[in-house]
Design a protein around this ligand. Structure first.
Ligand SMILES: *[C@@H]1O[C@H](CO)[C@@H](O)[C@H](O)[C@H]1NC(C)=O
Ligand SMILES: *[C@@H]1O[C@H](CO)[C@@H](O)[C@H](O)[C@H]1NC(C)=O
Length: 150
């Protein structure tokens, strides 16, 4: 699915999607794996590396085994690759090293994730649309955030 940049950048287009409240899970069923935004709140991306060697991490508050919301995180390098300047899902994709200023662009019910990345020649690629719907392949198993790529 592609959007025109003008659509994405239209004023007010970034209304935060209404996140579902944390589901109270009976003890023992918390290990059922679900798409993380079904269970977790306050998704954020942060760089736990530095400007030269970024390490982009997804964090969110998720219901722990005792149903208390706790901060959980997953390194997105486990799940996302840089394909010549464009992000795509990929196990151990290690996109971070070639991407900077990653951010969410929440739009309607989708948390789009995108970064400024360089292509094979080292040139920064301008994207017309964000490519990663972060909920598509990030799950929560009651304990950890994880990539649910096969
Ligand atoms: C719920 O399950 C967790 C993980 O197995 C366990 O540590 C915890 O003691 C359980 N809580 C209750 C109230 O049984
Ligand atoms: C990403 O990094 C891990 C750990 O260093 C490595 O095992 C893996 O092969 C790398 N993946 C790619 C696509 O380079």
């Amino acid at each position: 699915m592609k959007f025109l940049a003008s659509t994405l950048l239209a004023a007010g287009a970034y209304a935060s999607p209404p996140l579902q409240p944390a589901r109270v899970l009976a003890n023992g069923t918390a290990s059922a794996q679900r798409k993380f935004l079904d269970l977790c709140r306050n998704p954020s991306v942060l760089n736990t590396g530095d400007l030269k060697a970024p390490n982009w991490v997804l964090g969110a508050d998720c219901p722990d085994y005792d149903d208390v919301m706790r901060f959980k995180a997953v390194e997105l390098d486990r799940c996302i690759a840089n394909d010549n300047g464009y992000l795509e899902w990929g196990i151990e994709g290690n996109f971070s090293a070639k991407c900077k200023t990653c951010a969410f662009q929440p739009r309607l019910l989708v948390w789009w994730f995108d970064c400024v990345c360089t292509d094979k020649t080292g040139r920064e690629v301008t994207h017309t649309a964000p490519s990663i719907d972060i909920n598509e392949h990030i799950s929560y198993n009651g304990k950890n955030l994880l990539c649910d790529l096969e």
